[in-house]
Design a protein around this ligand. Sequence first.
Ligand code: ZN
Length: 276
Amino acid sequence: MIRFLKDKSWFSKITAWFLVFSLLGCASGGFVKAPEDPELNAEAAKAYAELKSKSKISTHPKWNAMLKRVTNRIAKASGEDFQWEYVLIENPDVNAWCMPGGKIAVYTGIMPVLKTEGALAAVLGHEVAHATRRHGKQQYARSMNTNLLGLIVGGIIALGGQALCKTNECKLLTGIGGAAAGFAATFFTLKFSREDETDADYCGQQYMAKAGYDPSESISLWQRMSESHQGQALPEILSTHPSDESRQERLRATLAETKKIYSSSKKKHGLGERIR
Ligand SMILES: [Zn+2]
């Protein structure tokens, strides 16, 4: 958003500020009621369907098979009764996410960085935990309001969304200006709190261990991730998940506990298959 404000036309600036003030208005205008699960999950499902229809879906047989089994195992380990879905998107970005209600996407660009199936389990464990632990509900509440606002001001939300979005998915969805625009603008710009990140790290590590993957791979994963971008732009996933020392320390601190979960898991996959 800051970058945008420097280099775009005055009209876009006004549009962006209009949206910013709308969002702030919603935020400061008293208590914003967090959406109930069915409502939020329905918004997510719409955005997910729109996004899938506009994306190039990967047909990589090995990676798709791997994503399928890891998703199934993590979903089961989470104990959550979501309408789980996953998709492998042909996209060079290093990114993966899980929308509320269990709508998962993994980008082909992250696969070589992950290197192992266990690391995929660690990433999915973390992303899934954001969904199962209902993180970011207040932000979503604001997005629902923004969505209503969008219906009132028509095309402006589409333009404003373009301005606020940093990611292609967000631009795609808000550009459509469809029913999922408010949700998409929030989901793809969402910054979880430090507490939410700590919680997702902890739960994610438990999920992967329960699913039968060696939880120590979660530590190696974030190390590899932060090394992966040397001299290049920061991977998308790291802009929302800074892999700093404190994250590594947190993951190390809970390792003894999750190793126990891992050792009592029925089927052990270790690090799983290598990704190539
Ligand atoms: Zn996170």
